[in-house]
Design a protein around this ligand. Structure first.
Ligand code: 2OX
Length: 445
Protein backbone atom coordinates (compact mmCIF):
# COMPACT_ATOMS: atom_id res chain seq x y z
CA UNK A 1 0.00 0.00 0.00
CA UNK A 2 1.31 3.42 -0.97
CA UNK A 3 1.57 6.50 1.21
CA UNK A 4 0.12 9.75 -0.10
CA UNK A 5 2.93 12.14 -0.99
CA UNK A 6 2.93 15.79 -2.03
CA UNK A 7 6.65 15.84 -2.87
CA UNK A 8 7.41 12.41 -4.18
CA UNK A 9 7.83 11.32 -7.81
CA UNK A 10 5.53 13.20 -10.18
CA UNK A 11 5.99 10.76 -13.07
CA UNK A 12 6.31 7.03 -13.36
CA UNK A 13 8.28 5.55 -16.23
CA UNK A 14 10.97 7.22 -18.32
CA UNK A 15 10.59 10.62 -19.97
CA UNK A 16 9.91 10.20 -23.69
CA UNK A 17 10.44 13.80 -24.90
CA UNK A 18 13.11 14.76 -27.45
CA UNK A 19 15.53 16.25 -24.88
CA UNK A 20 15.52 13.01 -22.89
CA UNK A 21 15.77 10.84 -26.03
CA UNK A 22 18.86 12.88 -26.98
CA UNK A 23 20.42 12.55 -23.51
CA UNK A 24 19.69 8.79 -23.54
CA UNK A 25 21.33 8.32 -26.93
CA UNK A 26 24.59 9.99 -25.81
CA UNK A 27 25.74 7.03 -23.71
CA UNK A 28 29.30 8.42 -23.23
CA UNK A 29 30.00 11.58 -21.25
CA UNK A 30 32.94 13.46 -19.78
CA UNK A 31 32.90 14.75 -16.17
CA UNK A 32 35.29 17.62 -15.36
CA UNK A 33 36.17 18.50 -11.76
CA UNK A 34 38.14 21.74 -11.78
CA UNK A 35 38.50 24.35 -9.04
CA UNK A 36 40.74 25.74 -6.31
CA UNK A 37 41.42 22.18 -5.01
CA UNK A 38 43.60 21.66 -8.13
CA UNK A 39 46.10 24.18 -6.69
CA UNK A 40 47.17 22.03 -3.68
CA UNK A 41 46.49 18.92 -5.80
CA UNK A 42 46.14 16.68 -2.74
CA UNK A 43 49.26 17.93 -0.96
CA UNK A 44 49.88 20.62 1.68
CA UNK A 45 52.93 21.61 3.73
CA UNK A 46 54.86 18.64 2.38
CA UNK A 47 52.17 16.16 3.44
CA UNK A 48 50.02 14.05 1.11
CA UNK A 49 46.25 13.99 1.65
CA UNK A 50 44.98 10.51 0.91
CA UNK A 51 41.32 11.53 0.64
CA UNK A 52 39.64 12.81 -2.50
CA UNK A 53 41.58 15.90 -3.68
CA UNK A 54 38.46 18.08 -3.96
CA UNK A 55 37.79 17.43 -0.25
CA UNK A 56 41.20 18.66 0.95
CA UNK A 57 39.59 21.61 2.77
CA UNK A 58 38.11 19.09 5.22
CA UNK A 59 41.57 17.64 5.99
CA UNK A 60 42.84 18.50 9.48
CA UNK A 61 46.23 19.52 7.97
CA UNK A 62 44.59 22.17 5.77
CA UNK A 63 43.63 25.34 7.69
CA UNK A 64 40.29 26.64 6.33
CA UNK A 65 41.77 30.12 5.99
CA UNK A 66 44.65 28.79 3.88
CA UNK A 67 42.25 26.96 1.58
CA UNK A 68 39.79 29.86 1.35
CA UNK A 69 42.64 32.18 0.22
CA UNK A 70 43.73 29.88 -2.62
CA UNK A 71 41.53 31.93 -4.95
CA UNK A 72 44.30 34.57 -4.90
CA UNK A 73 46.47 32.08 -6.84
CA UNK A 74 43.90 30.98 -9.43
CA UNK A 75 45.41 32.00 -12.77
CA UNK A 76 45.27 29.03 -15.23
CA UNK A 77 47.57 30.22 -18.02
CA UNK A 78 47.15 26.91 -19.83
CA UNK A 79 43.35 27.02 -19.88
CA UNK A 80 42.25 26.38 -23.46
CA UNK A 81 38.56 25.42 -23.67
CA UNK A 82 38.78 24.80 -27.43
CA UNK A 83 41.54 22.24 -26.79
CA UNK A 84 39.50 20.68 -23.96
CA UNK A 85 36.48 20.39 -26.25
CA UNK A 86 38.60 18.92 -29.08
CA UNK A 87 39.99 16.29 -26.71
CA UNK A 88 36.45 15.38 -25.56
CA UNK A 89 35.29 15.17 -29.19
CA UNK A 90 38.20 12.91 -30.05
CA UNK A 91 37.31 10.69 -27.08
CA UNK A 92 33.77 10.34 -28.47
CA UNK A 93 32.01 12.06 -25.57
CA UNK A 94 28.55 13.36 -26.51
CA UNK A 95 28.02 15.41 -23.34
CA UNK A 96 30.13 17.00 -20.61
CA UNK A 97 29.39 17.80 -16.96
CA UNK A 98 31.41 20.72 -15.47
CA UNK A 99 31.69 21.70 -11.82
CA UNK A 100 30.38 25.27 -11.72
CA UNK A 101 30.61 25.23 -7.89
CA UNK A 102 31.83 22.32 -5.77
CA UNK A 103 31.32 21.88 -2.02
CA UNK A 104 33.92 24.62 -1.30
CA UNK A 105 31.55 27.24 -2.75
CA UNK A 106 34.05 28.69 -5.24
CA UNK A 107 32.22 29.73 -8.41
CA UNK A 108 33.87 29.21 -11.81
CA UNK A 109 31.51 31.87 -13.20
CA UNK A 110 31.34 35.57 -12.11
CA UNK A 111 28.18 35.17 -10.00
CA UNK A 112 26.67 38.42 -8.81
CA UNK A 113 25.44 36.64 -5.66
CA UNK A 114 28.87 35.79 -4.30
CA UNK A 115 32.34 37.37 -3.94
CA UNK A 116 33.94 33.90 -3.94
CA UNK A 117 34.18 33.61 -7.72
CA UNK A 118 36.67 33.75 -10.60
CA UNK A 119 36.02 37.53 -10.78
CA UNK A 120 38.01 37.91 -7.52
CA UNK A 121 41.02 35.94 -8.83
CA UNK A 122 44.05 37.07 -10.89
CA UNK A 123 42.36 35.27 -13.82
CA UNK A 124 39.27 37.51 -13.42
CA UNK A 125 37.46 36.12 -16.48
CA UNK A 126 34.47 33.76 -16.70
CA UNK A 127 35.62 30.13 -17.04
CA UNK A 128 32.20 28.53 -17.70
CA UNK A 129 31.02 30.66 -20.64
CA UNK A 130 33.96 29.94 -22.96
CA UNK A 131 33.80 26.26 -21.99
CA UNK A 132 30.09 25.91 -22.82
CA UNK A 133 30.67 27.71 -26.12
CA UNK A 134 33.67 25.58 -27.09
CA UNK A 135 31.94 22.29 -26.25
CA UNK A 136 28.70 23.26 -28.00
CA UNK A 137 30.76 24.24 -31.06
CA UNK A 138 32.10 20.65 -31.12
CA UNK A 139 28.50 19.40 -30.93
CA UNK A 140 28.87 18.30 -27.32
CA UNK A 141 26.02 19.05 -24.88
CA UNK A 142 26.86 20.62 -21.52
CA UNK A 143 25.35 19.80 -18.10
CA UNK A 144 26.20 21.98 -15.09
CA UNK A 145 27.33 20.33 -11.85
CA UNK A 146 26.15 22.36 -8.85
CA UNK A 147 26.82 21.51 -5.20
CA UNK A 148 24.07 22.44 -2.73
CA UNK A 149 26.61 22.11 0.09
CA UNK A 150 28.55 25.40 0.19
CA UNK A 151 31.25 25.50 2.84
CA UNK A 152 32.01 29.14 2.02
CA UNK A 153 28.53 30.61 2.46
CA UNK A 154 27.81 31.90 6.00
CA UNK A 155 24.17 30.80 5.77
CA UNK A 156 24.88 27.15 4.76
CA UNK A 157 23.84 24.72 7.50
CA UNK A 158 24.34 20.97 7.77
CA UNK A 159 21.36 20.75 10.12
CA UNK A 160 18.87 23.24 11.59
CA UNK A 161 19.21 23.22 15.37
CA UNK A 162 18.15 26.75 16.29
CA UNK A 163 15.78 29.45 15.11
CA UNK A 164 18.83 31.34 13.87
CA UNK A 165 19.80 28.29 11.81
CA UNK A 166 16.39 28.23 10.19
CA UNK A 167 16.46 31.95 9.36
CA UNK A 168 19.99 31.70 7.93
CA UNK A 169 19.19 28.58 5.91
CA UNK A 170 16.11 30.34 4.54
CA UNK A 171 18.43 33.04 3.16
CA UNK A 172 20.71 30.28 1.80
CA UNK A 173 17.85 28.70 -0.18
CA UNK A 174 17.12 32.05 -1.82
CA UNK A 175 20.81 32.32 -2.69
CA UNK A 176 20.76 28.81 -4.27
CA UNK A 177 17.67 29.66 -6.32
CA UNK A 178 19.25 32.93 -7.48
CA UNK A 179 22.52 31.25 -8.54
CA UNK A 180 20.70 28.53 -10.48
CA UNK A 181 18.54 31.07 -12.30
CA UNK A 182 21.70 33.07 -13.02
CA UNK A 183 23.39 29.99 -14.52
CA UNK A 184 20.40 29.27 -16.81
CA UNK A 185 20.24 32.92 -17.87
CA UNK A 186 23.97 33.21 -18.60
CA UNK A 187 24.31 29.79 -20.27
CA UNK A 188 20.94 29.09 -21.97
CA UNK A 189 22.26 26.24 -24.15
CA UNK A 190 22.96 23.93 -21.19
CA UNK A 191 20.88 20.74 -21.14
CA UNK A 192 20.73 19.94 -17.45
CA UNK A 193 21.95 20.26 -13.89
CA UNK A 194 23.93 17.64 -12.02
CA UNK A 195 23.21 18.28 -8.34
CA UNK A 196 25.47 17.03 -5.57
CA UNK A 197 25.87 17.59 -1.82
CA UNK A 198 22.21 16.94 -0.98
CA UNK A 199 22.65 14.36 1.78
CA UNK A 200 22.65 16.71 4.81
CA UNK A 201 19.72 16.97 7.26
CA UNK A 202 19.08 20.61 6.34
CA UNK A 203 18.30 19.65 2.74
CA UNK A 204 16.87 16.17 3.29
CA UNK A 205 14.18 17.46 5.65
CA UNK A 206 12.94 20.07 3.20
CA UNK A 207 11.44 17.94 0.43
CA UNK A 208 8.97 20.70 -0.42
CA UNK A 209 11.75 23.13 -1.34
CA UNK A 210 13.67 20.62 -3.46
CA UNK A 211 10.43 19.78 -5.29
CA UNK A 212 9.52 23.43 -5.86
CA UNK A 213 13.11 24.17 -6.96
CA UNK A 214 13.02 21.38 -9.57
CA UNK A 215 9.69 22.65 -10.91
CA UNK A 216 10.98 26.24 -10.90
CA UNK A 217 14.02 25.25 -12.97
CA UNK A 218 11.86 23.29 -15.42
CA UNK A 219 9.61 26.36 -15.77
CA UNK A 220 12.63 28.55 -16.59
CA UNK A 221 14.10 26.00 -19.00
CA UNK A 222 11.59 23.35 -20.22
CA UNK A 223 13.23 20.03 -21.05
CA UNK A 224 16.04 20.49 -18.51
CA UNK A 225 17.43 17.14 -17.38
CA UNK A 226 17.84 16.74 -13.61
CA UNK A 227 18.84 13.48 -11.93
CA UNK A 228 17.46 11.85 -8.81
CA UNK A 229 20.09 13.32 -6.45
CA UNK A 230 18.38 16.74 -6.13
CA UNK A 231 15.16 15.75 -4.43
CA UNK A 232 13.97 14.42 -1.12
CA UNK A 233 10.31 13.66 -0.47
CA UNK A 234 8.53 15.01 2.62
CA UNK A 235 9.65 11.95 4.60
CA UNK A 236 13.32 12.47 3.76
CA UNK A 237 13.52 9.67 1.18
CA UNK A 238 16.10 10.40 -1.57
CA UNK A 239 16.42 9.13 -5.15
CA UNK A 240 13.37 6.87 -4.71
CA UNK A 241 10.38 8.33 -2.88
CA UNK A 242 8.64 6.62 0.05
CA UNK A 243 6.61 4.62 -2.50
CA UNK A 244 9.80 3.41 -4.19
CA UNK A 245 9.29 5.56 -7.29
CA UNK A 246 12.25 7.29 -8.90
CA UNK A 247 12.35 11.07 -8.45
CA UNK A 248 13.98 13.19 -11.15
CA UNK A 249 14.65 12.21 -14.75
CA UNK A 250 17.18 9.40 -14.25
CA UNK A 251 18.76 7.43 -11.40
CA UNK A 252 21.84 9.41 -10.39
CA UNK A 253 23.14 7.22 -7.56
CA UNK A 254 25.73 5.22 -9.53
CA UNK A 255 28.88 6.97 -8.41
CA UNK A 256 32.07 4.90 -8.73
CA UNK A 257 29.94 1.79 -9.04
CA UNK A 258 27.80 0.23 -11.77
CA UNK A 259 24.74 -2.06 -11.82
CA UNK A 260 25.28 -5.75 -12.60
CA UNK A 261 21.90 -6.70 -14.08
CA UNK A 262 18.75 -5.04 -15.43
CA UNK A 263 16.87 -5.69 -12.19
CA UNK A 264 19.31 -3.34 -10.46
CA UNK A 265 17.98 -0.44 -12.55
CA UNK A 266 14.41 -1.66 -13.22
CA UNK A 267 14.57 -0.35 -16.83
CA UNK A 268 14.84 3.23 -15.51
CA UNK A 269 17.10 5.76 -17.20
CA UNK A 270 20.31 5.98 -15.18
CA UNK A 271 23.88 7.31 -15.35
CA UNK A 272 27.12 6.00 -13.89
CA UNK A 273 29.95 8.44 -13.11
CA UNK A 274 33.46 7.01 -12.78
CA UNK A 275 36.89 8.14 -11.59
CA UNK A 276 40.02 6.91 -13.36
CA UNK A 277 41.86 6.23 -10.06
CA UNK A 278 39.94 4.64 -7.17
CA UNK A 279 38.52 7.87 -5.74
CA UNK A 280 39.89 11.16 -7.08
CA UNK A 281 37.63 13.67 -8.83
CA UNK A 282 39.72 16.87 -8.55
CA UNK A 283 43.38 16.91 -9.60
CA UNK A 284 45.64 14.94 -7.19
CA UNK A 285 49.39 15.11 -7.90
CA UNK A 286 49.97 11.57 -6.64
CA UNK A 287 47.57 8.98 -7.95
CA UNK A 288 47.83 5.81 -5.88
CA UNK A 289 46.07 2.43 -6.08
CA UNK A 290 44.53 1.07 -9.26
CA UNK A 291 44.40 3.38 -12.28
CA UNK A 292 41.79 2.11 -14.75
CA UNK A 293 42.98 1.21 -18.25
CA UNK A 294 41.21 2.16 -21.47
CA UNK A 295 39.92 -1.41 -21.86
CA UNK A 296 38.45 -1.37 -18.34
CA UNK A 297 36.68 1.92 -19.04
CA UNK A 298 35.45 0.65 -22.43
CA UNK A 299 34.04 -2.47 -20.74
CA UNK A 300 32.27 -0.26 -18.15
CA UNK A 301 30.86 1.83 -21.00
CA UNK A 302 29.59 -1.32 -22.78
CA UNK A 303 28.11 -2.66 -19.52
CA UNK A 304 26.34 0.68 -18.93
CA UNK A 305 24.88 0.87 -22.45
CA UNK A 306 23.83 -2.81 -22.24
CA UNK A 307 21.79 -1.93 -19.13
CA UNK A 308 20.24 1.22 -20.67
CA UNK A 309 22.44 3.77 -18.89
CA UNK A 310 24.98 6.50 -19.65
CA UNK A 311 28.62 6.27 -18.58
CA UNK A 312 30.58 9.42 -17.64
CA UNK A 313 34.37 9.35 -17.22
CA UNK A 314 35.89 11.95 -14.87
CA UNK A 315 38.86 14.21 -15.67
CA UNK A 316 40.60 16.49 -13.17
CA UNK A 317 42.57 19.23 -14.94
CA UNK A 318 45.62 20.73 -13.22
CA UNK A 319 45.62 24.22 -11.68
CA UNK A 320 47.27 25.62 -14.82
CA UNK A 321 44.40 24.38 -17.00
CA UNK A 322 46.25 21.50 -18.65
CA UNK A 323 45.51 17.76 -18.38
CA UNK A 324 47.88 15.17 -16.91
CA UNK A 325 49.42 12.75 -19.41
CA UNK A 326 47.50 9.69 -18.14
CA UNK A 327 44.16 11.40 -18.81
CA UNK A 328 45.23 12.60 -22.26
CA UNK A 329 46.35 9.08 -23.19
CA UNK A 330 43.16 7.43 -21.93
CA UNK A 331 40.96 9.93 -23.77
CA UNK A 332 42.85 9.19 -27.00
CA UNK A 333 42.73 5.39 -26.55
CA UNK A 334 39.01 5.39 -25.78
CA UNK A 335 38.42 7.69 -28.75
CA UNK A 336 40.29 5.31 -31.04
CA UNK A 337 38.00 2.45 -30.00
CA UNK A 338 34.90 4.64 -30.30
CA UNK A 339 35.84 5.70 -33.82
CA UNK A 340 35.57 2.05 -34.94
CA UNK A 341 32.93 0.76 -32.51
CA UNK A 342 30.86 3.79 -31.47
CA UNK A 343 27.89 2.49 -33.51
CA UNK A 344 27.48 -0.22 -30.87
CA UNK A 345 27.33 2.34 -28.07
CA UNK A 346 25.56 5.50 -29.29
CA UNK A 347 21.78 5.06 -29.18
CA UNK A 348 22.28 1.63 -27.61
CA UNK A 349 20.20 0.07 -24.85
CA UNK A 350 19.04 -3.13 -23.15
CA UNK A 351 18.77 -5.93 -25.72
CA UNK A 352 16.57 -8.37 -23.78
CA UNK A 353 18.89 -11.32 -24.48
CA UNK A 354 20.29 -13.65 -21.83
CA UNK A 355 23.72 -12.36 -20.82
CA UNK A 356 26.68 -14.59 -21.72
CA UNK A 357 30.18 -14.74 -20.22
CA UNK A 358 31.91 -13.23 -23.25
CA UNK A 359 30.46 -9.73 -22.63
CA UNK A 360 27.49 -7.52 -23.38
CA UNK A 361 24.55 -7.31 -25.80
CA UNK A 362 23.50 -3.79 -26.80
CA UNK A 363 20.36 -3.24 -28.90
CA UNK A 364 20.38 -0.28 -31.32
CA UNK A 365 17.20 1.60 -30.27
CA UNK A 366 14.13 -0.51 -31.05
CA UNK A 367 15.64 -2.15 -34.14
CA UNK A 368 16.56 -5.78 -34.90
CA UNK A 369 20.24 -4.82 -34.66
CA UNK A 370 21.95 -6.19 -31.57
CA UNK A 371 25.67 -5.65 -30.99
CA UNK A 372 27.86 -8.05 -29.05
CA UNK A 373 30.74 -6.31 -27.24
CA UNK A 374 33.12 -9.20 -26.60
CA UNK A 375 35.37 -8.40 -23.62
CA UNK A 376 36.25 -11.97 -22.59
CA UNK A 377 37.82 -13.82 -25.54
CA UNK A 378 36.90 -17.54 -25.06
CA UNK A 379 39.72 -20.11 -24.99
CA UNK A 380 37.37 -22.36 -27.00
CA UNK A 381 37.15 -19.75 -29.76
CA UNK A 382 33.34 -20.02 -29.70
CA UNK A 383 30.81 -17.43 -28.53
CA UNK A 384 27.47 -18.78 -27.31
CA UNK A 385 24.35 -16.87 -28.35
CA UNK A 386 20.84 -17.68 -27.12
CA UNK A 387 17.92 -15.97 -28.82
CA UNK A 388 14.49 -15.79 -27.14
CA UNK A 389 11.83 -18.10 -28.62
CA UNK A 390 9.81 -16.43 -31.42
CA UNK A 391 12.99 -14.64 -32.53
CA UNK A 392 15.65 -15.86 -34.95
CA UNK A 393 19.23 -14.98 -35.79
CA UNK A 394 19.44 -13.63 -39.34
CA UNK A 395 23.12 -12.70 -39.57
CA UNK A 396 26.33 -12.14 -37.61
CA UNK A 397 29.02 -9.75 -38.92
CA UNK A 398 32.26 -8.40 -37.51
CA UNK A 399 31.70 -4.64 -37.04
CA UNK A 400 35.29 -3.65 -37.86
CA UNK A 401 36.07 -6.45 -40.35
CA UNK A 402 32.68 -6.30 -42.10
CA UNK A 403 33.14 -10.07 -42.56
CA UNK A 404 30.43 -12.65 -41.73
CA UNK A 405 31.09 -14.58 -38.50
CA UNK A 406 30.99 -18.39 -39.03
CA UNK A 407 27.88 -19.45 -37.12
CA UNK A 408 26.33 -22.86 -36.43
CA UNK A 409 22.99 -23.52 -34.78
CA UNK A 410 23.40 -25.86 -31.82
CA UNK A 411 19.88 -25.90 -30.41
CA UNK A 412 16.37 -24.53 -30.84
CA UNK A 413 17.50 -20.97 -30.36
CA UNK A 414 21.15 -21.50 -29.62
CA UNK A 415 24.10 -20.70 -31.84
CA UNK A 416 27.89 -20.83 -31.65
CA UNK A 417 29.79 -18.01 -33.33
CA UNK A 418 33.39 -18.76 -34.24
CA UNK A 419 35.79 -15.99 -33.33
CA UNK A 420 38.82 -15.45 -35.56
CA UNK A 421 41.90 -16.91 -33.86
CA UNK A 422 44.12 -13.83 -33.42
CA UNK A 423 45.43 -11.52 -30.70
CA UNK A 424 42.81 -9.08 -29.42
CA UNK A 425 44.05 -5.95 -27.58
CA UNK A 426 40.61 -4.36 -27.13
CA UNK A 427 36.97 -5.51 -26.92
CA UNK A 428 35.73 -6.71 -30.32
CA UNK A 429 32.22 -6.00 -31.65
CA UNK A 430 29.94 -8.31 -33.65
CA UNK A 431 26.71 -7.06 -35.23
CA UNK A 432 23.72 -9.40 -35.10
CA UNK A 433 20.42 -9.04 -36.92
CA UNK A 434 17.81 -10.69 -34.71
CA UNK A 435 14.35 -10.93 -36.18
CA UNK A 436 11.24 -10.98 -34.09
CA UNK A 437 8.60 -13.44 -35.30
CA UNK A 438 9.11 -16.87 -36.81
CA UNK A 439 10.84 -15.97 -40.09
CA UNK A 440 13.40 -18.73 -40.49
CA UNK A 441 16.95 -17.40 -40.26
CA UNK A 442 19.66 -18.46 -42.77
CA UNK A 443 21.37 -20.45 -40.00
CA UNK A 444 18.30 -22.49 -39.15
CA UNK A 445 18.14 -26.04 -40.47
C1 2OX B 1 30.70 13.43 -7.99
C2 2OX B 1 31.40 13.28 -6.67
N1 2OX B 1 30.50 13.49 -5.55
C3 2OX B 1 31.29 14.11 -4.48
C4 2OX B 1 31.10 13.44 -3.17
C5 2OX B 1 30.50 12.29 -2.85
N2 2OX B 1 30.57 12.22 -1.49
C6 2OX B 1 30.05 11.30 -0.61
C7 2OX B 1 29.56 11.76 0.61
C8 2OX B 1 29.00 10.86 1.49
C9 2OX B 1 28.96 9.50 1.18
C10 2OX B 1 29.45 9.07 -0.07
C11 2OX B 1 29.99 9.97 -0.96
N3 2OX B 1 31.19 13.25 -1.05
N4 2OX B 1 31.51 14.00 -2.07
C12 2OX B 1 32.72 14.08 -4.94
O1 2OX B 1 33.50 15.10 -4.37
C13 2OX B 1 32.52 14.28 -6.45
O2 2OX B 1 32.12 15.62 -6.73
Amino acid sequence: DTVSLQHGAHRSGNRTDADMERWRSHRLGQFIHWGLYAIPGGEWNGKVYNGAAEWIRSWKEMPHEAYDNLYKQFNPAGYNPQQWARQAKDMGARYMIITTKHHDGFCLWPSKYSKYTVASTPWKKDIIGPMVEAYNKEGIDVVLYFSIIDWNHPDWRTSLKTKEDTVAYGRFKVFVKNQLKELLTKYPTVKGFWFDGTWDESWKTDGAFSDELEQYLQSLHPGLIIGSRLRADEKGARHFDSNGRLMGDYEQGWERKLPEKIEDVHHNDWEGVMTIPENQWGYHARWTGHIKTANELIEMLARSASLGGNFVINFGPKADGTYRAEEQQLAAQIGQWMKTNGAAIYGGGYAGLEKQDWGYYIRKGNTDTVYMVVCNIPVSGYLRVKIPPQQSLQSATGLESGQPIPTTQTGRNEYLLQLENKKYDAPVVIQLEVKKGKERGEFEK
